[in-house]
Design a protein around this ligand. Structure first.
Ligand code: UDP
Length: 361
């Protein structure tokens, strides 16, 4: 079996790493399975791309479509145009896409129109928020997917509601957590750890990159100033996403506690998360990692496509206002964590299950 694996953006790299390892494990036992790795070039900063290939030992891509940035339509169209040529030149039995970025949707459409089967890893998750580009990518991708791999029974149920054939849905667990477990012994403090005088369990991690939080410069500044005041004497490490950095531009912010740093590589970032007091974020992936590590997480969004991180895990959905975040953070300071647990099958073996299913197809 010949598989084309698609990766375009930071969270994709983290998701494909263990799938490739699982395929290579099978290859070493003589199983007839091969893969071609296609990087669409959606993320191209060293910090968001190359570093992850190096740190997670992902092989160099067989092809890089180098699409880079653009509007939603420009980027999607550029990926489709380039991937169509790539797939015609390099035929494959199956195209495997992960997550919910533009590359996921664009490559799924191209594959399906060339009559190539599509497998979607992290299928079926839904926020219900159609203003998120990711939600549209999820719905379109799942509407043409042949093999669905889900992280939760809720995601599997969503697919059934949308009319997917139950025999094509495979609840396998979470590949993001495979990567987490595979690398926990390799995580290490960033260079600035000593320089900033960071102390385990006494600092907060902040990440923000969703349009709803960062696209309006004035409200982003107000949010940062509010968070800066809220945490008392704790430091806040803020690895700033290029999108957020571009909005702030040359603005000089006077922030007492917030330390602005470059986006971190996986091994430094997971060290920072694992040893933090709490995390404030609008990332979906990070709320999964904090759930498994038992770190309190405050998600600055009004919806989530990962309800298990709230029902079972340490995630709190606090909306996008600083007032509500401050209220919920104060409650946590007073009462501590109210719950902690690891969702079913988030056990580090999802990629092995995926490859086992693919080999039956
Ligand atoms: N991440 C990282 N360095 C950072 C910020 C995030 O390694 O400075 C990792 C993080 O651990 C998670 C993934 O990137 O695994 C999440 O990516 P992002 O927030 O960009 O995407 P989302 O999860 O919101 O789709």
């Amino acid at each position: 079996m010949k598989i084309t694996i698609i990766a375009g953006a930071r969270p994709n790299f983290i998701k494909i790493a263990p799938i490739i390892k699982a395929i290579e494990k099978k290859q070493s036992k003589g199983t007839n399975i091969s893969y071609r790795l296609v990087h669409t070039g959606q993320h191209y900063d060293k910090n968001l791309s190359e570093t992850f290939f190096e740190e997670l030992n992902i092989p160099q891509p067989d092809a890089n479509l180098e699409v880079k940035s653009g509007t939603q339509a420009e980027q999607t169209a550029a990926i489709m145009t380039a991937f169509e040529k790539e797939l015609i030149q390099n035929p494959s039995d199956l195209v495997l896409v992960v997550g919910d970025v533009n590359s996921t949707m664009a490559c799924a459409i191209v594959a399906k129109k060339l009559n190539v089967k599509v497998a979607h890893v992290e299928a079926g998750i839904r926020s219900g928020d159609m203003t998120m580009p990711e939600e549209i990518n999820r719905i379109v991708t799942d509407s043409i997917t042949d093999y669905f791999f889900t992280t939760s029974t809720t995601a599997s149920e969503n697919l059934i509601k949308y009319g997917a054939n139950a025999t094509h849905i495979h609840f396998v667990g979470n590949v993001m957590i495979d990567t987490l477990y595979q690398n926990l012994t390799r995580i290490s403090p960033p260079q600035f750890w000593d320089e900033f005088g960071l102390v385990k369990n006494n600092y907060v991690i902040l990440t923000l990159h969703r349009p709803s939080n960062v696209d309006e410069e004035k409200s982003l500044i107000a949010l940062l100033q509010g968070i800066d005041k809220m945490v008392g004497d704790k430091k806040i490490v803020f690895p700033i996403h290029p999108r957020t950095k571009a909005i702030l531009g040359e603005t000089k912010l006077i922030l007492k506690n917030i330390l602005l740093v470059e986006p971190q590589g996986y091994l430094n970032f997971m060290f920072l998360i694992k040893n933090s007091f709490a995390v404030i974020t609008d990332s979906g992936g990070i709320s999964e990692e904090t759930t498994v590590l038992g770190i309190p997480c405050f998600t600055m969004r009004t919806t989530t496509e990962r309800p298990e991180t709230i029902k079972i895990g340490t995630n709190n959905l606090v909306g996008t206002s600083i007032e509500n975040l401050t209220l919920e953070f104060a409650k946590f300071l007073k009462n501590g964590l109210s719950k902690r647990g690891i969702p079913e099958l988030w056990d580090g073996c999802a990629s092995d299950r995926i490859v086992a299913v693919l080999l039956t197809k």
